[in-house]
Design a protein around this ligand. Structure first.
Ligand code: NAD
Ligand code: UD1
Length: 598
């Protein structure tokens, strides 16, 4: 029976019991924003460490596809390492963290044995959804000695099946946008944190790892910034303090967590201040998929490479740096992910209350709250980044040097010493790793998750409607562009037989199944909308392992991306269909990465 049918038709109580039974054999961590860029990479490391994950995300800046790929990577790595293949589950709730009611229901779902959970709060089992999928992964070396380790406490089976810790990524993160929409930033980043803390308290979850940022140091601090550097929230811009609402939202969040740790000695929290995250998992399957116009340097370079912008504008060349351009501490996202595992180990080490003499009044720091930089300690200039990326891409990236960006600093790098000594964590990947992995991710996914994400929201429509909607939602400029996208994609299917390797194995599973979706779009002119109840993604995403049926019994589209049977061979009837989305993993562009330790 197709998994979707089971997802949609199984009686509620049975499903709840099944999910709870499945999670019972694992320690459990709840991850907000787990479908996003850093969240998805961290979820992967949690699975690698044997931890089951409950993800809460409203998908405002991400797609659940990232989690399907995460589960797939974890399964594949487990097989490669000849482990038992028993990868912990990911359960996904499409929920907004600002909603006190929904947050309580999610926690209640996992922390109690009650069955009255509302249908809307029943999670999607990501492993189940992704079970019939297969993707082409780039080759990379797995070093078992470097795999994420769980905290010792997770070895206590009495805690299994219940959430014992939260990693909180969910937030809005665009500095520029925060200036024009400050209330949205304070609501999502600050008010929602209070909702989360209250919910954790109500359900006796006492460990929090928080995504903070080097942005909290504000302006006025440069190389080798240590955690003790004093921050002041400040007002306005250019005043030597925090110059934007995003920065202030992170600073306020840290203060709130600190205050809560003072008030509740049983609560253990760590804020991690990331410097400049970049890179992606070496498989090429997950990565950063920024919406809108990016401002950060690496996505900008990527756009120049993809000819989506003519060149990189380098902001300023008169800084006191080796080549005059700005220097930053870039850190590989997989290193960041491992930093979260290290923080989790630290925060769960002493889950009991802090000793009485450490319970300090007022603003003094307490030992149940810690702050760590996650950076490499090493800086690279803008020109060095452009050069390293050009090397990875095998082509020169055009750039011009212009005026400095308002409020920018010459050098911003971390002191990574505290994280090294307290967490036993250090970044391992270098600039070449980061650029190569970003390049590979972009080459394999030229439109990120976006094209499929947007098209999949239209999966219940007939083709005319879809044509109109693709323009109305800004995916294409004109309806003709939609037509030509589909016909170009389809015509390349026949030309793409070469993209099978010598054993006939599909070289681009996701491309092939994307073509299936396109075909269904083109051929179907009568279909019913998918009802929300039918749709495990809360009505904005339809996905199944085979064409399904809507509530009315009429056929509906099913997005199958990377469908294959469990042994990795091609599903029946699909041999002739293969398609790559641009410069992807066809044999001409696919490559085996240099061996390296993870
Ligand atoms: P991201 O946008 O990829 O991930 C954030 C996730 O949170 C997304 O999946 C989004 O859908 C979700 N989300 C946002 N608001 C939500 C809400 N109200 N309810 C539920 N889900 C919600 O961003 P990222 O780069 O992965 O960043 C993760 C965290 O790290 C953020 O807190 C960010 O501020 C922080 N951070 C990021 C960087 C960076 O450069 N990427 C640097 C420093 C700090
Ligand atoms: C930005 C954010 C910061 C966030 C960090 C990591 C601002 C003001 N700050 O800082 O809050 O924590 O990203 O996500 O946005 N550059 C160019 N051309 C470009 C873009 C950037 O030359 O088109 C330069 C910048 O001047 C800087 C370097 O590249 O020297 C890095 O810039 P960016 O990626 O935006 O990071 P930060 O400035 O460190």
């Amino acid at each position: 029976m197709p998994s979707t049918n089971r997802l949609t038709e199984e009686p509620l109580q049975k499903k709840v019991e099944r999910f709870r039974a499945e999670i019972k054999s694992f320690p459990v961590c709840l991850v907000t924003g787990g479908a996003g860029y850093i969240g998805s990479h961290t979820v992967l490391e949690l699975l690698n460490a044997g931890v089951a994950v409950v993800v809460i995300d409203n998908l405002c800046n991400s797609h659940m596809e990232s989690l399907c790929r995460v589960h797939y990577i974890a399964r594949t790595e487990s097989q490669r390492l000849q482990q038992n293949g028993n990868v912990p589950p990911i359960f996904f709730h499409q929920v907004d963290i600002r909603s006190t009611k929904s947050m309580n229901l999610v926690f209640e779902f996992w922390q109690s044995d009650k069955i009255h959970a509302e249908r809307a709060i029943i999670p999607v089992s990501v492993g189940e959804v992704s079970a019939n999928k297969a993707y082409l992964m780039l080759d990379y070396t797995l070093n078992p000695a470097k795999r994420a380790q769980p905290s010792p406490q997770t070895k206590d089976p009495s805690t299994w099946g219940r959430i014992t810790a939260v990693i909180h990524f969910a937030a809005l993160k665009a500095v520029g946008e925060s200036i024009t929409k400050p209330l949205e930033y304070y609501e999502n980043n600050v008010a929602a944190l209070v909702v989360l803390l209250k919910t954790m308290k109500a359900h006796a979850v006492n460990v929090l790892i928080f995504s903070s940022s080097a942005v909290v140091y504000g302006v006025g601090h440069e190389a080798g910034i240590s955690e003790e550097t004093v921050q002041v929230a400040g007002k306005g811009s250019g005043g030597g303090l925090l110059t934007n609402p995003y920065g202030r939202s992170k600073w306020m969040s840290e203060e709130i967590i600190n205050d809560y740790c003072v008030a509740d000695p049983n609560f253990h929290a760590i804020s991690l201040r990331y410097f400049n995250p970049t890179g992606s998992h070496p498989s090429g399957l997950i990565g950063e998929d920024p919406k809108g116009t990016p401002n950060n340097i690496v996505p900008v370079i990527l756009q120049a490479y993809q000819r989506r912008r003519s060149r990189v504008h380098v902001f300023g060349s008169n800084y006191d740096t080796s080549d005059g351009t700005g220097v930053r501490d870039y850190i590989h996202v997989s290193d960041l992910a491992m930093g979260h595992l290290a923080a989790l180990r630290k925060a769960t080490k002493q889950p009991g209350p802090v000793p009485e003499d450490e319970e300090l009044d007022g603003q003094d720091p307490v030992s149940n709250y810690n702050v760590y930089n996650l950076g490499t300690g090493r800086g690279y200039s803008v020109l060095e980044i452009i050069k390293a990326f050009s090397n990875a891409a095998g082509t020169a990236i055009p750039f011009t040097v212009g005026e400095a960006r308002a409020g920018d600093l010459g050098t911003v790098t971390a002191s990574p010493d505290k994280a090294a000594s307290d967490l036993d964590w250090r970044a391992e990947f270098d600039l070449q790793d980061m650029c190569r992995d970003v390049f590979n991710w972009a080459a394999a996914n030229p439109t990120g998750y976006e094209t499929l994400r947007r098209l999949s929201t239209m999966s219940g429509m007939n083709s005319q409607e879809m044509r109109r909607q693709s323009v109305a939602t800004g995916l294409f400029d004109r309806e003709e562009d939609f037509d030509s996208f589909i016909s170009t994609s389809l015509s390349s299917i026949d030309n793409n037989n070469a993209s099978k390797d010598s054993s006939g194995r599909r070289m681009s599973q996701h491309g092939a199944n994307f073509s299936n979706m396109l075909k269904k779009m083109r051929s179907a002119s009568h279909s019913s909308a998918v009802s929300d109840n039918d749709n495990p993604f809360g009505g904005n995403y339809a996905l199944s392992s085979s064409p399904g049926h809507g509530a009315s019994g009429a056929p509906r589209f099913a997005m199958t991306w990377g469908e294959a049977n469990k042994t990795g061979t091609i599903a029946e009837g699909e041999e002739e269909e293969d398609l790559d989305l641009g410069p992807t993993l066809s044999p001409s562009t696919s490559r085996t990465l240099p061996m390296r330790s993870k």
